[in-house]
Design a protein around this ligand. Sequence first.
Ligand SMILES: NC(=O)c1ccc[n+]([C@@H]2O[C@H](COP(=O)([O-])OP(=O)(O)OC[C@H]3O[C@@H](n4cnc5c(N)ncnc54)[C@H](OP(=O)(O)O)[C@@H]3O)[C@@H](O)[C@H]2O)c1
Length: 266
Amino acid sequence: MTVLVVGATGSIGRLVVEEAVRRRHAVRALVRDPAKARQLPSEAQVALGDVTRPDTLSNAMDGVEAIVFTLGSDGAGKVGAERVDYGGVRNVLRALGSRKARIALMTSIGVTNRIGAYNRTTEAHDWKRRSERLVRASGLPYTIVRPGWFDYNGPDEHRLVLLQGDTRQAGNPSDGAVARRQIAEILVCSLTSNHALRRTFELIATAGLAPEDFDGLFAPLDGDPQGALDGVHDMANMPLEDEPQRVRDDLDVVRATTRQSACTDD
Ligand SMILES: NC(=O)c1ccc[n+]([C@@H]2O[C@H](COP(=O)([O-])OP(=O)(O)OC[C@H]3O[C@@H](n4cnc5c(N)ncnc54)[C@H](OP(=O)(O)O)[C@@H]3O)[C@@H](O)[C@H]2O)c1
């Protein structure tokens, strides 16, 4: 597959690029700072672009068959969360247009927790959750991975556990932890697994060995209901009618693009 990595220079994105190269995908890394591209494996093709500037994205889309999103706007507050974590996904999906691509989106464990101090300060959960909704509404084949705390796992904790319903909401590493490299691995593996289609899950690790059979991990999960905005078993605490008008408009646009592509297929 030709895989576009959005957030390719980040702590997870770099590992996604490495993992996708290792699995013999053709990798294209979206990078906004050319100097940072030097840290990526030479096999990766670099596409310069900034997700907040839609005019810079079209060149990255040629021939793309899959997209892995690992964007992060940490430290940029509510404005960054809307512009990058949410707006970045929206702008890339728009640039993709009616092309079909497999999507793997990384958000976060606790993403449905709206009342905790972190979300009240940053709205990062709300905007990441809205990016999940855009992906579900797009009608594209997708997997949404909500990892626990990066690299807070113990040295013997590599057995991956996939949870649904986002019920762990302490907002600290007691919610679960997982190695960065394993997050990258599952994002890349999801792209080629039919068992991962329309799956939304939290990802943590417990004591034990790393898995080899990813299909076996995905298969027991419940799929998101067709047409649903939230993950299966998620708390219904973000009613669409209370959402900002601009967010509802974005959902309408992404749905219309899907309809257009369905008509083209006919
Ligand atoms: N830390 C945890 O335990 C944990 C757990 C679960 C979820 N998360 C979530 O994971 C995310 C952090 O992942 P990470 O550590 O990989 O993040 P990171 O190292 O900060 O990387 C973020 C990536 O997004 C890119 N980016 C930001 N703005 C962009 C723009 N306008 N255009 C194009 N690319 C842009 C960055 O590019 P540059 O390199 O150019 O800046 C970078 O590649 C956070 O949002 C966090 O909420 C974290």
